[in-house]
Design a protein around this ligand. Structure first.
Ligand code: 26W
Length: 818
């Protein structure tokens, strides 16, 4: 990059700051620079954005709409600069005017509109769609409050509201004139039309406006800018409603307005445990109705012919069952507004919608009380009922062998609407998110449905965008990779495989080692600034970052720490490689046991970190408020990636992929995508341990295993549990009683004790391996080399060619500057 370019860019920034903030560059604050640069990016992409949608419209290309209740986008300035090819020049320019680029980018508040894996996957998919020139858009909700901000006070999690819009959000554009009305409640009246067909009219409904806010999705060094459309709920009450009404009516209107705005008020913070809250159901219908109305209006505006052709032009992917009301909503619009008969409407719907399943946890399966659906969405309920009647009738007559399992297949059963069943019946594709997960769906969880619709089921192993999760967050490693294998891997992540040639090259390995050390040093500094804990940058950085859940077994990890602590207390001269255990995890606010585990981690940390016998050999760090931008700091510095879910429980995992791509070695169970990582890198380059999914599932068949046996026979385990129960780790004895009871009296439902011994053993192997630098680095590079498969580019190509039948549509460069 020439100085000339950088100076031009500085000029642009300073002009921008003058017009936007009314300051000279010398007066500008860090935030002014952030706002200025963001505005430059918006100028850069404006024309591409328009050209992209014009092209899709004129060429009448098939488009995919990804419907999701969550988009965990994180920050966008740096990734937009990277994708727009402006990152280097911007970094130079920012430095030259006396600021630190990372600090400037940190002025952006994370868009935390998701809980975890499912929401982040949606964001990675959007990045890949745009980068691969696919016509694909996201539809979601513009929650005024994202996932809560976590504070830790005396080791306890406290939740604070995340008001992410308090300062102007530079990436969104309100499109008031593209709003839609959404109807709730009311009465449905049936009339016969002259031609004998039935007409449904809705009366006395509560009406809500869905107003779209569009966010550009910038492709990597191409001309594509797709759209993430987030709907915001607004009341339709006009000023005159207030003026003509009485004083008491005034408050009534305000109250009404408030209750409507609640619909896009906040993101539900539970991941993997379903709660039957009416407001959540309202949110789901709100998203679905607005999005489907939008899709149909676009279709008609673009004159793509009769709606019987819809499946050739549009595909709707629903992200888990949360948007599965898309099925009855599309039926409703086709029948009630477009006057299609049931059979035609059903054909169109069934060929347009595809469903992704993200979990087999039974507590996460959505079921709505039928009375709630009926009251809130009367017309939708009628349609679901009809879908169910027809489906069950078909089963009865065409599948006599399934007659006795109809209650397990029926969409409405035991007074509940079963959303996964609705999603399977109403869509043409059902996919799991990793090979094992899809097999479990086919063979167990959805076995009968698989018998009915064998062709519908397919696997699409998850992926992550290597642009954000390698190129952007680990500049040092990316540079090094490019030095040896060139830049091809950036467009074709599979090319990372060429690194294998250097996996034994000592000069290269030394450089990889240096980069990792540098990243660890930066994280160590960050940890010190945030927590005051000084960690040894030469220690093993052993990382577990994900939502806190029993099945993810943070407990097993902390038991390992306690075990090592006990060992060192018994024998302070024990020669162990120093370790830093790093945790990041939010617990759902109502998840008591998860919160107790957070407290336990903190209690163990305060004991271990300052014990002179430990002499710094062990450090435990809990970084509060784990989110996308914190992940970006931790992942490049990880040596060990903890992926230790109870086998069969983690559908895929995506953190496993992110850390692998940054050279961490996985300590993992045979679960989710860990298995596919192992298949690629081979047993010698990963640390697998513990029960297999088949073993776990077999135990469950027979009511679990006997946790007491292990307590009785393994004194290491007994000691730890007794320490929990006796208050060794805390002032109050009762503090960790629930953990203790859950293991010994509820029979350790997640097999923590059962996997304890193999887990300790595998960590001993980790420690030995770490001592041999060259072999370790060879393993690390091998992991990076094979990580290309886990780019979401690969995943999206698979969705596009196998499910969506979607073509790439490159957008032409502007002929002249517009
Ligand atoms: C209704 C409450 C609720 C909310 C969210 C239930 C379930 C969820 C999600 C399905 C939870 C989730 O994020 N699942 C994760 O999805 C990732 C992306 O596919 C997978 O990698 C993770 O294994 C899976 O747990």
């Amino acid at each position: 990059m020439t100085n000339h370019h950088v100076d031009d860019f500085i000029k642009r920034i300073s002009d921008k700051i003058e017009t936007v903030s009314g300051k000279t560059i010398d007066e500008a604050s860090e935030r002014d620079v952030y706002v200025g640069v963001a505005s430059i990016v918006n100028d850069e992409i404006k024309h591409k954005w328009i050209r992209t949608s014009d092209t899709y419209e004129k060429e009448k290309v098939k488009q995919v709409y990804y419907l999701s209740m969550e988009f965990l986008v994180g920050r966008l300035l740096e990734s937009n600069l990277l994708n727009g090819g402006l990152l280097d020049v911007t970094n130079e320019a920012i430095k030259k005017i006396g600021f630190e680029p990372k600090r400037v980018y940190a002025h952006e508040h994370d868009a935390g509109l998701g809980n975890g894996g499912l929401g982040r996957l949606a964001a990675c998919f959007l990045d890949s769609l745009a980068s691969l020139n696919y016509p694909g858009h996201g539809c979601g909700i513009r929650y005024r409050y994202g996932l809560f901000e976590q504070r830790i006070i005396h080791g306890h999690q406290i939740e604070l509201p995340d008001y992410w819009l308090k300062e102007d959000y530079p990436w969104e554009t309100r499109k008031g004139d593209e709003s839609f009305k959404i109807h709730f409640r009311g009465d449905v009246h049936m009339h016969k039309r002259i031609d004998g067909s039935l007409e449904f009219r809705y009366e006395n409904t509560d009406q809500v406006m869905a107003v779209p806010y569009d966010i550009p999705v910038v492709g990597y060094k191409n001309e594509t800018v797709n759209t993430l459309r987030l709907w915001s709920a607004e009341s339709i009450t006009r000023e005159k409603d207030y003026l003509t009404s009485q004083q008491s009516q005034y408050y009534h209107h305000l109250d009404h307005k408030h209750s409507i705005e609640q619909i896009s008020g906040f993101l539900y913070p539970d991941d993997s445990s379903y709660e039957g809250k009416e407001l959540r159901l309202k949110q789901q219908y709100f998203l679905v109705s607005a999005s489907i109305q939008h899709i149909l209006r676009q279709y008609k505006k673009q004159q793509r012919g009769p709606l019987t052709n819809l499946p050739e032009h549009v595909v709707i992917q629903i992200n888990d069952t949360h948007p599965s009301l898309a099925i009855p909503e599309l039926m409703r619009l086709l029948m009630d507004d477009e006057h299609y008969g049931w059979d035609d409407a059903w054909k169109i719907t069934n060929k347009t919608i595809a469903y992704t399943n993200h979990t087999t946890l039974s507590e996460a399966l959505e079921k709505w009380p039928k009375t709630m659906v009926e009251r809130l969405l009367p017309r939708i309920y009628m349609i679901i009922n009809e879908i169910n009647e027809r489906f069950c009738r078909g089963l009865w007559f065409d599948h006599p062998e399934l007659r006795n399992v109809i209650p397990e297949l029926a969409i409405i059963a035991d007074d509940q609407v079963h959303m996964a069943r609705l999603a399977i019946v109403g869509s043409f594709s059902v996919n799991g998110v990793a090979r094992l997960h899809t097999e479990i769906l086919k063979k167990k969880e959805m076995k009968n449905f698989y018998c009915l619709f064998p062709d519908r089921f397919n696997n699409k192993t998850n992926g992550i965008t290597h642009r954000r999760w390698l190129l952007q967050i680990n500049r040092g490693l990316s540079r090094l990779i490019t030095e040896v294998i060139g830049t091809n891997w950036i467009q074709r992540p599979n090319q990372l495989i060429s690194l294998l040639r250097y996996s034994k090259d000592s000069a290269f390995l030394e450089e990889v080692d240096k980069v990792k050390l540098h990243n660890k040093r930066e994280l160590a500094q960050f940890i010190y600034d945030r927590t005051g804990i000084a960690v040894d940058e030469y220690s093993i950085f052993d990382v577990q970052i994900k939502r806190l859940h029993e099945y993810k077994r943070q407990l097993l990890n902390i038991f390992h720490v306690i075990y090592l602590y006990n060992e060192l207390k018994d024998n302070p001269t024990l020669d162990i490689t120093p370790r830093t255990f790093i945790f990041g995890a939010k617990a759902a606010p109502s998840y008591h046991l998860a919160k107790e585990v957070i407290k336990l981690i903190h209690t163990v940390a305060s004991l271990v970190n300052y014990d002179p016998d430990i002499a710094g050999k062990l450090k435990v760090v809990f970084l509060e408020n784990y989110n996308v931008s914190l992940a970006e700091k931790i992942i490049p510095a990880a040596d060990i990636s903890e992926q230790i879910s109870t086998a069969s429980k983690e559908a895929s995992g995506t953190g496993n992929m992110k850390m692998m791509m940054n050279g961490a070695l996985t300590v993992g169970t045979m679960d989710g995508a860990n298995i596919e990582i192992r298949d690629l890198v081979g047993d010698q380059h990963i640390f697998m341990f513990g029960l297999t999914a088949d073993e776990v599932l077999a135990y469950y068949e027979y009511g679990g295993y006997n946790a007491r046996d292990i307590y009785n026979t393994d004194e290491r385990v007994r000691r730890i549990l007794n320490q929990l129960n006796e208050g060794v780790f805390g002032s109050q004895e009762i503090e960790f009683k629930d953990i203790y009871y859950n293991i010994l009296y509820h029979n350790d439902p997640y097999f923590v004790l059962k996997d304890f011994d193999p887990y300790i053993e595998i960590h001993e192997l980790v420690e030995q391996a770490y001592r041999d630098r060259t072999t370790w680095l060879n393993k690390s590079v091998t992991n990076i080399a094979y990580s290309g498969k886990f780019s979401s580019d690969r995943t999206i190509q698979e969705y596009a060619s196998k499910i969506w039948k979607l073509n790439q549509v490159p957008i032409n460069k502007a002929t002249d500057e517009q």
